[in-house]
Design a protein around this ligand. Structure first.
Ligand code: C5P
Length: 225
């Protein structure tokens, strides 16, 4: 059983997927982390992010490890815990650049599919989980929210972490990432034809979780019938 959750940055997919994974006991694939790790590894090696071949080689050779802990999943790159580093704003932006390169997407495909283990459920979080990576998934969710609301949430997170915030820049970055994710030629961000759309603009995470859960249960009932 695979549940895919796609949608733009900041719509709440990460939190929703963690709640769904906890509720169902399914494994979790954070595919965005793979693009972030590729970007971080490329930046560390001083590779030009637009060089398809070199970045794809980095994606193929990534030495990574996901370690579940009480606080969430730790992400390790080449023996180092980079969980916090990969969440930085500039890494997200770099990830969206490398994610637009077709050979990089191809290089990460097998790694992502390997998360689906026979007999074990999977919650797959990303942009193209329901359209490309797990096209055969029986339950597909597409979680979105307005760019303004997503920027507002991001600003609140940064302020809580006592980090410097330029609100207009945050909104511009979100819009730039949306544009790159939706307009790229390979695996653009679009809902799968059979996806259930959820808009979290005026819902808190509990309401989103409840709606997602009912959508999953309704879909499971249809599949079983
Ligand atoms: O979800 P997250 O913000 O961690 O993803 C970082 C970037 O990786 C996104 O902006 C997107 O460009 C890219 N991505 C993607 N396909 C996925 C997951 C993430 O293109 N399945």
């Amino acid at each position: 059983m695979i549940i895919t959750v796609d949608g733009p940055s900041g719509a709440g997919k990460g939190t929703l997927c963690q709640l769904l994974a906890k509720h169902t006991g399914f494994a979790l694939l954070d595919s965005g982390a793979l693009y972030r790790l590729t970007a971080l590894a490329a930046l560390r090696k001083g590779v030009d992010l637009s060089c398809e071949e070199q970045v794809a080689n980095i994606a193929l050779g990534l030495e990574i490890h996901f370690k579940p802990t009480e606080e969430g999943v730790q992400v390790w790159l080449a023996g180092q815990d980079v969980s916090r580093q990969i969440r930085e704003e500039h890494i997200g932006m770099a990830a969206s650049k490398v994610a637009a390169l077709t050979p990089v997407r191809t290089a990460l495909l097998i790694r992502q599919r390997a998360f689906a283990v026979d007999g074990q459920g999977l919650i797959a979080d990303g942009r193209d989980m329901g359209t490309v990576v797990f096209k055969e998934a029986k339950v597909k969710l597409f979680l979105t929210a307005s760019a303004q609301e997503r920027a507002r949430r991001r600003i609140a997170q940064l302020e809580q972490a006592k980090l410097q915030v330029d609100p207009e820049q945050i909104l511009r970055d979100i819009q730039e990432r949306d544009k790159r994710d939706t307009e790229r030629k390979t695996s653009p961000l679009i809902p799968a034809d059979d996806a259930i759309l959820l808009d979290s603009t005026s819902m808190d995470i509990n309401a989103v979780f409840e709606q997602a859960l009912s959508a999953v249960q309704a879909q499971q009932a249809i599949v079983k019938a």
